[in-house]
Design a binder for this molecule. Structure first.
Ligand SMILES: Nc1ncnc2c1ncn2[C@@H]1O[C@H](COP(=O)(O)OP(=O)(O)O)[C@@H](O)[C@H]1O
Ligand SMILES: [Mg+2]
Length: 305
C-alpha cells in the first residue's frame, strides 16, 4: 500500500491534562474512503484524539498528518477538509436553524451563490426542512444532533468525524442517524467514535480499540471477532456468582475464557461438547442460559479487561 492511501496519519501522539495521560504514544492510520470506528470506555482518549486531528487541541508531542499536511502548521487547510460533530455540538441557541447553517457556510467560505441551495439540500438530507425557521433552543437533543450533522457537512468536507453521534438519542432517531452515516460510506472518509459496540460492528470497515490512550487492537469487525478464541459464547445468568470458583469452569477442555459481568458468566467455548456439563455445575442457581456467536462487545470485554 502506498503511504498516500492513508488520508490521516497519527504518529506517536501524546497528550496529558495535568497528571492524566489522555494519549500515550498513539499511532493510527486511516485509509482514504474508509469508515473507521474508535471504540473505548469513557476516558479512553477518543475525544482527545479526534480533537487534535480536527485542529481544536494541540498535542504535547507527536504529529497528525491530514492529506500530508500537519495539524500544527496547516490548520486552515485541514479545517476546510474536516466536518466535525462534537459530543455536544455547541449551537448558537438563539439562531434559527437556517441562519445557523448560513453563518457556518459563510465562515467556511461556501460560495455566496451556492449557500441557499446548500442549506436547503442539507436540511432535506437530515430531515429538518420543516423546522428550518425555528430557533435552536426549541429543539430536542435528536433535532440538535441533526442540525449538528448538517453543520458538519456544510462545506462538503472530504473527512467527517463523528463523536458519539447517537449517544442519548431515542432508538428511532439513533437508527436514522446510523443509516445516514451508512449512506455516506465510500463517498467520505469517516471516523466514528462510539461506545455502542453493535453500532461499530454494523457500520465500520475497521475498528480500533482504544484503552488508556493507546490502540490495543485493530481490524475489521470480523477479524476482531474471530480473535475471540472459541466460536461459541455461553452466557449463564446465576443467582449469585460468588458461589462459584472460576477455575473450576476454566478446567473444562473446551473452555477458552471466562468473564463475569454482574451475575452473568460469559464463557468462550471451542466447541459445544461441554455445554451440558458446565450447565450442570450451576444447576440449582441458573436464572437463564443463552448461547451466541461472539460480538464486538465480547471482543471489547476480552481485550480491555
Ligand atoms: N480538557 C480537559 N481537562 C482535563 N482533563 C481532560 C480534558 N479532556 C480530557 N481529559 C481527560 O483525559 C482523559 C481522556 O478523555 P477523553 O479523550 O474525553 O476520553 P473519551 O472521549 O474516550 O471518553 C480522561 O481521563 C479525561 O478526564
Ligand atoms: Mg469522548
Amino acid at each position: 500500500m502506498y503511504s498516500n492511501d492513508f488520508i490521516i496519519k497519527i504518529d506517536s501522539l501524546n497528550k496529558s491534562f495535568g497528571k492524566i495521560k489522555a494519549l500515550d504514544n498513539l499511532n493510527l492510520e486511516i485509509k482514504r474512503g474508509e469508515l473507521l470506528g474508535i471504540i473505548g470506555s469513557n476516558g479512553a482518549g477518543k475525544t482527545t484524539a479526534i480533537r487534535i486531528t480536527s485542529c481544536i487541541l494541540q498535542p504535547d508531542s507527536g504529529d497528525v498528518l491530514v492529506d500530508d499536511m500537519n495539524t500544527r502548521s496547516d490548520q486552515v487547510k485541514i479545517k476546510s477538509m474536516i466536518g466535525y460533530l462534537p459530543e455536544e455540538p455547541n449551537l448558537y441557541e438563539r439562531f434559527k436553524a437556517r441562519d445557523l447553517l448560513r453563518y457556518f457556510a459563510e465562515l467556511y467560505g461556501v460560495p455566496k451563490n451556492r449557500i441557499d441551495d446548500r442549506i436547503d439540500e442539507l436540511l432535506k438530507l437530515v430531515n429538518m426542512s420543516h423546522r428550518a425557521d425555528d430557533r435552536i433552543n426549541t429543539f430536542s437533543k435528536g433535532l440538535r444532533q441533526r442540525i449538528g450533522i448538517a453543520r458538519a457537512l456544510i462545506h462538503d468536507p472530504k473527512i467527517l468525524i463523528f463523536d458519539e453521534p447517537t449517544m442519548g438519542l431515542d432508538p428511532a432517531t439513533a437508527h436514522n442517524i446510523r443509516e445516514f452515516i451508512r449512506s455516506l460510506k465510500g463517498e467520505k472518509t469517516i471516523i466514528l467514535c462510539t461506545h455502542y459496540m453493535d453500532e461499530a460492528d454494523s457500520l465500520c470497515d475497521r475498528v480500533a480499540i482504544l484503552n488508556q490512550g493507546r490502540i490495543i487492537d485493530m481490524g475489521t469487525p470480523e477479524y476482531l471477532k474471530s480473535k475471540i478464541h472459541g466460536d461459541i459464547i455461553l452466557e449463564l445468568r446465576v443467582e449469585d456468582p460468588k458461589n462459584y470458583n472460576i477455575d473450576l469452569i476454566k478446567d473444562f477442555d473446551s473452555v477458552e475464557d471466562v468473564n463475569i459481568k454482574g451475575n452473568l458468566f460469559i464463557i468462550s467455548l471451542k466447541s459445544k461438547c461441554d455445554i451440558k456439563s458446565i450447565i450442570n455445575v450451576f444447576r440449582n442457581d441458573i436464572i437463564s442460559v443463552n448461547t451466541k456467536e461472539p460480538t464486538l462487545e465480547d471482543v471489547f470485554i476480552h481485550t480491555v479487561k
